[in-house]
Design a binder for this molecule. Sequence first.
Ligand code: AQP
Length: 331
Amino acid sequence: MQRVFSGIQPTGVPQLGNYLGAIRNWVRLQEDHDCVFCLVDMHALTVFREPEQLRRDNLAQAACLIASGIDPEKHVLYNQSAVSAHARLGWIFNCVVRLGWLNRMTQFKEKAGKDREQHSAGLFVYPALMAADIHAFHATRVPVGEDQKQHLEIANDIGAKFNHDYGVDFFPMIEPLIPPSAARVMSLRDGTKKMSKSDPSAQSRIELTDTADDIALKIRKAKSDTEALPSEAAGLEGRPEARNLVTIYAAMANQNVDDVLARFGGQGFGPFKAALAEVLVETLSPVANETRRLLEDRPHLESVLRQGAARANALAEPIVSEAERLVGYLR
Ligand code: AQP
């Protein structure tokens, strides 16, 4: 069975983009893959977090994943910092990756903006740690949103350079698994910007713990435009907000964009937004209710993560120990 590695940052409550671009796909992959699900709290540290907030976000993230259908009994669910293999292989990869490669990463440019001198070194070398997360498990499949494709390319470059430098065939090639629909969900306030947990505006995203009322309000207030919806996909050209809302509807209803437009084309945003809110509430409300229930028992969630960390450690330790032997560490 192919091993899948999936990571998500505990930087807040998962949002709709995380759900459609990642989590929903992870749930399906459990059926025929051996899955490792990781709350990447070391990545979350690349931007300062209040310690108690980081702990809370880790637990909220774990609860959302379990509520969405991730099975911590059959697969591995844990937080990254509890397994030292990530940090150890991450350091080796910092020494393999080239600065020129990191300089080309668009996510760093987007996150750092103009004042890059003020950002942590961790944010810059994030792709090397992400490569280590995956290669520490010899995972060959990584389900990600389209925005993470460049990070997987660099993970393959790092693995290949390690193999070349040390004359081995140790790290396998990784294949991104990008969901065909709604690969990139955009902000509800700006259709050209991706939806993000850390966007300062809570109105820009649907969170997996939002109530039905929250969802309805956010969709009602979502940015749109003044024209009616077109009757075919070509008519969405140059209308980023309309495209985003239609794409979200299609993904949630498991339809393609043309089917959605065949039904709503020619109508204004009023009735369409009401239908969109309905389809979102139908799927997300049970997840939100179950998340709230799980969060009431913090010791249980902590114990699930501890057990997951022990299993993750057993998988990664032999691989990372071998990488350490290959580079010449004395033991
Ligand atoms: N808007 C999105 N559309 C599609 N997929 C998305 N993902 C995130 N946002 C979207 C996918 O979710 C997975 C986990 O992401 P992450 O939390 O590790 O990091 P991220 O991509 O940086 O997500 P956020 O919400 O934007 O977090 P912050 O605000 O902390 O930076 C990834 O597979 C990602 O593709």
